[in-house]
Write a protein that binds this ligand. Structure first.
Ligand code: FCB
Length: 443
């Protein structure tokens, strides 16, 4: 059962999260082409070659979607703006319809009593910027800061919180080293540059938003707990290398102005010249730290080139993604982040949730007890961390709606609300109803 709101400190913020490309319908409203459109149109990259062209048609159905958030008794909505919707070419002339859309959306949140939690970039890089090298090109930090300024001049006065970049690990490593997300590169030199430029862009955007007087600016990193696959010293070293690349690189850059040695050991020869001079910009002070958490990995050594890592299948129950359910990892990360990185700043869990397979709509709902269980276990871990002194101030569920799960297309369903991708009807699942009861203020 989900813990009641009253079991959390006063003012604790409960929210739901989504992202622009995954729900809006990128084909609507004059948005420019993105590297996700290019990636998806290349055979073999995305399940059934699906794109976000229509997605959940949130672009037209947003009033109904905001009603769903309010009616779940949630307090906040973490959404993202699409760079290519605001600036179809990535730079230059804004798309008036794009700015109007986010303006209306933010007003719609405020009218419903929801706190707008903005993310500036959740992965849909405008293709014209990809042509110029995208995250490999140092100039992206300036292009991104300009986009931040253009968008936030319009909506920044009504934003409750803002973070520049969702999950820099995914932007850099997953997309340039593992090749699993757009632009689908597998190249260590490109990776090193993306790992650095994504953080430089973060710092520059924080500065741009500060200059506009916006409050409550933060960073959102995804963390994955790494346990050694066995008791050998080699496995312990491999797990700590994985941890350095995945978790410590980004938190280290943003909160300490330094990169962890086990990751630098492999990336140093490929770093852009003068990178050390950027660390102060990267570590521009922020007001809070956001953690996205889903799972852990078992890591062992591998004879392949650096980083010499092998993932080993773990024994725990798994979600539809094949991800082990491991709430202890969330508690561990909250304690470690408080002690080593955020050091007293508010922490928010900015994403947590699970995918389950397609289940039938029966009697106007979908039964998903496994999602309620997953959320309960992770909220309990969050509660334990608070009891142990972590300054955790909120929790956002990924996701409001079933949506476009990137290279896995529409197959993986993360929503509290079921979406029928033929007619686009929304049907709240049993987890939605459980959440609504748990968050009720008078029950
Ligand atoms: C996170 C992403 C989000 C979604 C979930 C499942 O890494 O931020 O867009 O893909 O995972």
């Amino acid at each position: 059962m989900l813990p009641a709101r009253s079991q959390f400190p006063d003012g604790f913020v409960f929210g739901a999260a989504t992202s622009s490309y995954q729900i809006e319908g990128h084909g609507f409203g004059g948005a420019g082409r993105t590297h996700w459109d290019d990636f998806a149109e290349t055979p073999g990259n995305v399940v059934r070659a699906e794109t976000g062209a229509r997605a959940c048609d949130h672009y037209h159905r947003w009033p109904q979607d905001l009603d769903l958030i309010r009616d779940a008794n949630l307090d906040a909505y973490r959404f993202s703006a699409s760079w290519a919707r605001v600036l179809p070419e990535g730079r230059g002339v804004p798309n008036p319809d794009g700015l109007d859309f986010y303006d209306r959306l933010v007003d719609g949140m405020l009218e419903r009593g929801l706190k707008p939690a903005l993310t500036l970039y959740h992965w849909e890089l405008p293709s014209p910027l990809a042509d110029l090298g995208g995250w490999r090109n140092r100039d992206i930090a300036g292009w991104f800061a300009d986009y931040a300024e253009i968008l936030c001049r319009r909506i920044g006065d009504r934003i409750w919180s803002a973070a520049p970049i969702n999950e820099p690990w995914c932007v850099a490593w997953l997309s340039h080293f593992l090749g699993l997300h757009a632009p689908g590169l597998r190249d260590i030199r490109a990776t090193a540059r993306a790992m650095h430029h994504v953080l430089l862009a973060h710092g520059r955007a924080i500065q741009a938003m500060r200059a506009l007087g916006m409050p409550n600016l933060g960073a959102v990193c995804n963390l994955e707990w790494a346990d050694p696959a066995d008791a050998s010293p080699e496995a312990a070293l491999a797990a700590s290398r994985y941890d350095a690349i995945y978790n410590r690189w980004f938190l280290g850059g943003i909160f300490r102005g330094e990169y962890p040695e086990p990751a630098l050991a492999g990336l140093l020869p490929h770093m852009p010249p003068g990178w050390q001079d950027d660390m102060a910009t990267i570590a521009t002070p922020v007001d809070w730290c956001g953690l996205n958490y889903y799972t852990r990995k078992l890591i062992g050594p591998d004879p392949s080139p650096w980083p010499h890592l092998a993932e080993v299948e773990g024994p725990l129950p798994k979600t539809q993604m094949g991800w082990e359910i491991y709430p202890q990892g969330l508690e561990n990360f909250l304690l470690r982040t408080e002690a080593e990185y955020s050091r007293g700043l508010p922490i928010y869990i900015t994403e947590n949730g699970m995918a389950s397979g397609e289940a039938p709509v029966v009697d106007e709902t979908v039964d998903d007890p496994e999602r309620t269980d997953y959320l309960s276990l992770h909220l309990a871990a969050a509660r334990r961390a608070i009891d142990r002194g972590v300054n955790l101030q909120g929790y956002f569920i990924w996701s409001l709606l079933d949506n476009y799960e990137w290279s896995l297309g529409y197959e993986k369903r993360f929503g509290l609300v079921h979406v029928d991708f033929d007619g686009l009807k929304r049907t709240p699942k049993s987890s939605y109803h459980a959440l609504k009861r748990a968050l009720s203020r008078n029950g």
